[in-house]
Design a protein around this ligand. Structure first.
Ligand code: NDP
Length: 316
């Protein structure tokens, strides 16, 4: 039977190229995208055969949208072997927070809350597969073990004592730690929360369900549309800098292959792991299990974050 993977945010960048890489390995990919017309155009542009993919509408920024997507996916009658929590928005130039229909700050709502709800709802479906995997895109900027995670512009990821979540995360609250709104930090915080979510999924469900929960940092894919809201000069200089100065640059096709490895390759069947290929790219470099900062690995904090989030997304 053809294995099936849902990839969120497959209309561009890493998700699109991961779709291609998985299809090349014989998988059927459900491209779960906010803008289905854009996804169709992108799929055609890189030559993804229509029979190997299904494009479905998913707006992660609305809780009802996530629930509606899960119902519609089930109506397809397909099995589910893997879920890739990939979509994200990065809006570093906002001066005031945007809000989801529920009133939550939008980047955390899309990147973290939407995936938290989606992952929880699909556990049941994944649990029926033979080698199920739930893969979440992490990032170096959310791991203070590494240089990229200590950059103080605008501030490193830090969820404080979850004061903002405890206060309900609605206006005037805009940050998980309850501090004043910093859009670039909101992105980093959302990614740290996603990485904690993956570890907590592992702690709660791996033994019971056999699902392999992992995160990965595919490298710095500096030319994806993720940076479309950054200043134009940044968009020009950043890829050059990553290629020629840090050596961290990874192409979109290679990043897609790395995601596909973590989804499909037996070498990546270890749950609770954060996979990395390092920050300086070298030809033929093997993946390794990267250690994460105490901010990401503290089990009591991960449990508390889980409980607070479950309440905010209506799972309790
Ligand atoms: P892209 O901007 O190319 O892709 C992001 C995708 O998320 C797009 O398809 C976008 O759709 C989708 N998306 C945004 N908002 C929503 C929403 N509300 N509902 C559903 N989908 C949505 O970025 P990348 O490919 O670079 O990023 C993919 C992932 O990789 C992210 O999680 C990012 O944090 C992570 N990552 C990226 C790195 C990089 O260097 N680029 C490095 C490490 C991690 P639309 O086009 O409609 O907005």
């Amino acid at each position: 039977q053809t294995p099936v993977c849902i990839i969120t945010g497959a209309s561009s960048g890493i998700g699109l190229w991961a779709t291609r890489a998985l299809m090349a390995r014989g998988w059927h990919v459900v491209m779960a995208c906010r803008d289905t017309a854009k996804a169709e155009a992108a799929a055609r542009e890189i030559g993804l055969a229509p029979e190997g993919r299904t494009i479905m509408q998913l707006d992660l920024g609305t809780l009802s949208g996530v629930r509606g997507f899960v119902s519609e996916f089930r109506m397809l009658g397909r099995p589910l072997d893997a879920l890739v929590c990939n979509a994200a928005t990065y809006m570093p130039r906002l001066t005031a927070p945007l809000r989801s229909p529920e009133g939550y700050e939008l980047s955390v709502a899309i990147n973290y809350f939407g995936h938290f709800l989606l992952a929880n709802l699909l556990l049941e479906d994944l649990g029926r597969a033979r080698d199920p995997r739930l893969v979440t895109l992490g990032t170096v900027t959310a791991n203070s073990e590494e240089f990229g995670g200590r950059i103080p512009i605008p501030a490193p990821a830090d969820l404080g004592d979850f004061e903002g979540l405890k206060a309900g995360f609605k206006d005037p609250v805009a940050m998980i730690d309850g501090n004043p709104f910093k859009p670039g930090k909101a992105y980093k915080d959302s990614k740290l929360a996603c990485m904690m979510m993956s570890r907590e999924l592992h702690a709660r469900f791996h033994d019971r369900t056999g699902i392999v929960f992992t995160t990965l940092y595919p490298g710095c894919v500096a030319d994806t549309p993720l940076f479309r809201h950054a200043p134009r000069a940044f968009q020009r200089i950043f890829p050059w800098f990553q290629k020629n100065v840090t050596g961290g640059y990874v192409s979109q096709p290679l990043a897609g292959e790395r995601v596909a490895d973590v989804v499909a390759d037996p070498a990546f069947a270890r749950s609770g792991v954060h996979w990395s290929w390092g920050n300086r790219q070298r030809e033929g470099r093997e993946a390794f299990a990267q250690s994460l900062s105490p901010k990401a690995t503290d089990a009591a904090r991960a449990r508390e974050l889980w409980d607070l989030t479950a309440r905010l997304v209506g799972l309790e």
